[in-house]
Design a protein around this ligand. Structure first.
Ligand SMILES: [Zn+2]
Length: 260
């Protein structure tokens, strides 16, 4: 009997773990393209969405703001709530410069265990921290490491945030990354409508990796413009034609909120 109970408990725990972590398989581009095509942030064919994760960083983010200003480009920054509160003036300056702020999380955690209440609270307070700057409530959520668990998906829906990952990345966090490798990695999946993932901070990357990203930025923008693509924020990317997280959750729960 004890063994049967133990087996049932293990089975229930395994099912719970699968429910929690299974949806995170959308981290893989091939899985995302096949099963969750709306998640990669593909937008209008004539536009590239430029996005940066892991800031704001008082040492590095201002350098990106200067570079983007020189290039005449606005971008979407997925910020961490705890870092934003460290330098609200910097975050306010990002908005004033026309950039968009999205939610990356309160802190940069790996979600190996289900913590639905903490995750919901963390996303809500990060969204509030952005709104408290005087901005409109944020639209976008990109989970740390791109790991979108079932719990994170629900937390995003409750905070009325739309999860979005990326279609092209520069793998700029790696120790071996340099300007050429970042551009080469991006070029493999850079097509019209792409959402590009880079980092404006080395918070979770190789120390100093932000220099590589900054070096690659002018060439990336030149490439896009030579191809006839405008470069800008997710808000200008034309991603609005698929279901929002709120609507997807409603469908999962058997409710119908109507057309997007
Ligand atoms: Zn990150």
């Amino acid at each position: 009997m004890v063994n049967r109970c133990a087996a049932a408990a293990v089975a229930a725990a395994s099912a719970g773990a699968l429910w929690h972590i299974g949806p995170a398989a959308t981290w893989l581009p091939q899985v995302r393209e096949r099963f969750a095509p709306g998640l990669d942030g593909r937008g209008s064919p004539g536009h590239i969405a430029l996005t940066f994760d892991d800031g704001p960083d008082p040492d590095t983010t201002p350098r990106f703001l200067d570079a983007l200003d020189r290039l005449g480009v606005r971008a979407t920054f997925f910020v961490l709530g705890e870092r934003l509160l460290d330098d609200r003036r910097l975050a306010r300056g990002m908005l004033d410069a026309g950039h968009e702020l999205g939610v990356h999380g309160w802190s940069h955690q790996k979600p190996w265990f289900p913590e639905p209440h903490r995750e919901a609270a963390d996303l809500a307070r990060t969204a509030d921290a952005i709104s408290d700057l005087g901005a409109a409530p944020p639209t976008w959520y990109r989970p740390p490491y791109g790991i979108l668990t079932a719990g994170r998906r629900r937390a995003a829906a409750r905070a009325r945030l739309r999860p979005v990952l990326w279609t092209a990345w520069g793998r700029d966090w790696r120790p071996a990354a340099d300007r050429r490798s970042v551009l080469a990695d991006l070029s493999r999946r850079l097509t019209g409508g792409a959402t590009v993932l880079l980092h404006d901070s080395d918070y979770t990357s190789t120390p100093g990796s932000w220099r590589t990203t900054l070096d690659a930025l002018p060439d990336l923008v030149s490439w896009c413009r030579a191809a006839g693509w405008r470069v800008g924020t997710l808000g200008d990317h034309g991603v609005g034609r698929t279901r929002t997280a709120v609507q997807e959750t409603a469908v999962e729960e058997g409710r119908d909120l109507g057309t997007p």
